[in-house]
Design a protein around this ligand. Sequence first.
Ligand code: PEP
Length: 253
Amino acid sequence: ECSRHFFVGGNWKCNGTLESTDKLVDALNNVLIPSNIEVVFAPTSLHIARAQQKLQHKEIKVAAQNAWVKGNGAYTGEISADMLKDAGLEWVILGHSERRSLCGESSQIVADKTVYCLKQGIKVIVCIGETLEQRESGDTSKVVTEQLGAVAQALGTDVSQWKQIVIAYEPVWAIGTGKVATADQAQEVHQTLRSWLSSNTSAEVAQSTRIIYGGSVSAKNCTELASLPDVDGFLVGGASLKPEFADIIKSGS
Ligand code: PEP
């Protein structure tokens, strides 16, 4: 477990102005980041450059919220991993549940995007998670291992590839709802994912791959969740737009 550096990502979603970007980045510039914690935040594509200009904190990286499945070309409205690389970004979020449900992104597309981004040298936060209906019908493990399986199929067993990604387990019913998973619920799924990795890739991949939790993480609930053996960090939506993001970062130390 010690080899898995705690990871905290902020997802600003479709929010922000130039002014609010400046304020949030100024606040982040003043956060003391414990040395073993990796921190990224993802503004909209339109605010990435502004955030990069304002960011002085060397321990924090700017990420993107999505990327196209291929390189540059006739793909109106999209942004390529090549552009993210050129702009100096290291990380991208892929397969967020809002993109899966609202933009129709399949697990296969998410896997293809992951492969393309890694090929361009962009590290990936891959989001997976079940809906409330799927949980209530007892399908959680099946759904999340299928979503992870598409990525695993594409990445294979090469541990160096897996070190370039972070798996974000985000139960859809917990995203933006204030209904956080209980410690038991989170640990159960994280453990399921890790043992799935062990059986389907290798023990080394299972031990070294970070699996972070997302879904209504707040300053109030982060300490308990951070202490769980298979929770290696957080992906934070709403609270990443608030001062409490700093408290969530520190919960990993
Ligand atoms: C998210 O957008 O990934 C997320 C987890 O949102 P929230 O923290 O607001 O539930």
